[in-house]
Design a protein around this ligand. Sequence first.
Ligand code: ADP
Ligand code: ASP
Ligand code: MG
Length: 416
Amino acid sequence: MRVFKFGGASIKNAEGVKNLASVLKQVGYDQTLVVVSAMGKTTNALEIVVKNYLDKSAELQSSIQDVKKFHNEILLDLFVNTQHDVYKTISLIFRDMEDVLRHNKSPDYNFVYDQVIGFGELISTTIVSTYLNDVGIKNNWLDVREFIKTDDYYRRANVNWDLTQKRIKSNFDQNSLNITQGFLGSDTNNFTTTLGREGSDYSAAIFGYCLNAENVTIWKDVPGVLNADPRHFEKAQLLDHISYREAIELAFYGASVIHPKTLQPLQKKEIPLYVKSFVNPKNAGTKVGKGVGLSPEVPCFIVKKNQVLVSLSSLDFSYIVEENISEIFKLLHLYKMKVDVIQNSAISFSVCFENTYDNLERLLQHLKSKFKVTCHENVSLYTVRHYKEQDIRSIEKDKNVLLKQLTQETVQMVTI
Ligand code: ADP
Ligand code: ASP
Ligand code: MG
């Protein structure tokens, strides 16, 4: 078995869907599972729908129309005959989505989010699967929620590995080409859950692990894993081979080309992960696997924008000790902040994190009742692995550094 994953960028328009078919023809698709994300920026568009719905905004209908229109244009390009069944199927999926909104009684943002957001992947996979069948690439469409079972931590659900393994072992036909959704799972009550934004890479790894796949390939708009995000750094270089450990570190620090949860299941079974270009599918790309740490050996740059830096000191000038630190972490956990860096001294504690759940105001209020608090929003976190002095200087050159932390392998700098 091989597992392929095509992300939003690869199917952002009709050309992309045609290209996906061409990639499969070029590299073969026997005994392959194709995991597909929502098309283009659909997930962002559905986030607006969810927000409008919960805010009871007058814009709700127009935000739904935007999503419909985007997909309809793709359909018109792919299926010239407007009597094609796919038009009816897609409009039924949209009707299901509107039914969810109409019948929902829950005020829980995270729950509603997962019930709505998953439609992006249900629609994209239906379009891709139908198109592939039409051009002679016969495949089965699978509902991933029958296979990937999770807890009910909506928006960042945790996989129930035992149950998922069992479902995949007993219900998955390994002998054909299967198409399914990335990013989604379902909880014990069969409500849709999501695995965290950009989680489709992880979905591919979950299947790779449970199917003992030969390899997993994620098809991207870049030649492979580069030593920096080409959107933010000039002259990024392709990494030919990296170890699981190196890839885990890069993804953990924020190299968004691979979702951070993707690598550990693959490492456990030593399943290679290929990151390849959907534009040049025959090129080698990057292999993540056993052996060589990093080839070529170059510094790797990662930047995370829109982070928050909070510094705390005690109200009575006493030291920040274990008790305070444990309290601070309890609050960070309570408000679901994703912590990137911490630094403490005798009288202060700084923490840089991502405000994924929009809880910053509440966290700050809580902290202010116990500490003196300063907060910088919209800071950037730079991480350089295998750094040289000149790399640090090049980042510091035109920025104000608020926090800096060095280990032998890695330097991290919070800048504004
Ligand atoms: P997908 O379509 O699968 O969602 P993403 O957009 O999440 O793909 O990932 C591809 C993008 O990741 C690239 O366009 C690139 O801008 C970004 N990226 C960030 N860090 C790196 C890196 N180290 N190497 C390559 N691409 C990177
Ligand atoms: N569609 C989801 C997102 O945009 C999952 C993914 O693309 O990996 O976050
Ligand atoms: Mg993505």
